[in-house]
Design a protein around this ligand. Structure first.
Ligand code: OGA
Ligand code: MN
Length: 216
């Protein structure tokens, strides 16, 4: 069973800001989809920066696994990434890192997850690439608690593909929802709870992908 989940825009209430909304969704369902988390202009600047990094050869093939087993496996994932640096970043990157920090504090205040830090990378999936079904939390080092993906794609259409498919059952084999990677949308979910995958797209698919981690 699949349901298309592409329109998550909700009127913002006066008492609940976008951070509170995400926190209450996370607390209730373990996941949250928030359209227009970042405005058009800032989304476009970040997208431009990813394309520039790509053109200058700064994006690297993403790796799979940890430790000795770690490596590039295009049959598992085909994205190319640039890890953000908390010290060295552009103004647009600083702004989104600040928003993400506000979210981290809001989650900690309300859900007591003890999120300690954030790690994230700018991401480009070339057309036709994908990321097979996986969990973001490593079994032997469950430090990643909350996954957080901000999409940077203007004018994304259903025909472009590239959905994020989140499986709702714990085993990752049952019902799922498909989310279009629309620019400015932030998807948040519990890293150890939801299997998910990225379906291939017919155009380049850009995002900022990251995780809130607990202390080692
Ligand atoms: C990941 C991932 C999902 C997406 O990078 O671990 O699952 O929609 N990304 O880009
Ligand atoms: Mn993932």
């Amino acid at each position: 069973m699949g349901e298309q989940a592409s329109d998550f825009s909700e009127p913002q209430s006066l008492t609940q800001d976008k951070f509170d909304c995400i926190v209450s969704d996370l607390g209730r369902d373990g996941w949250s989809v928030r359209a227009n988390f970042l405005d058009h202009e800032r989304t476009a600047i970040l997208a431009h920066e990813v394309r520039q990094l790509s053109q200058s050869g700064a994006l690297r093939p993403a790796r799979v696994g940890r430790g000795k087993e770690q490596g590039v496996h295009a049959e598992t994932r085909g994205d190319r990434i640039f890890w953000l640096d908390q010290q060295q970043h552009t103004a647009a990157q600083r702004l989104i890192l600040d928003e993400i920090e506000t979210l981290r504090l809001a989650i900690n205040r309300n859900l007591y997850l003890g999120l300690f830090e954030y790690e994230g990378h700018l991401t480009a999936y070339p057309p036709g690439t994908f990321y097979h079904r996986h969990l973001d939390q490593f079994r032997d080092a469950p430090l990643r608690m909350v996954s957080c993906i901000l999409y940077l794609n203007e004018g994304w259409q259903e025909a472009d593909g590239g959905q994020l498919r989140i499986f709702l059952d714990r085993e990752g084999v049952g019902s799922h929802m498909d989310i279009l990677p629309c620019g400015g949308m932030l998807v948040t979910f519990l890293s150890g709870r939801f299997y998910h995958e990225v379906l291939p797209a017919s155009r380049e698919r850009l995002s900022l992908t990251g995780w809130f981690r607990v202390r080692e």
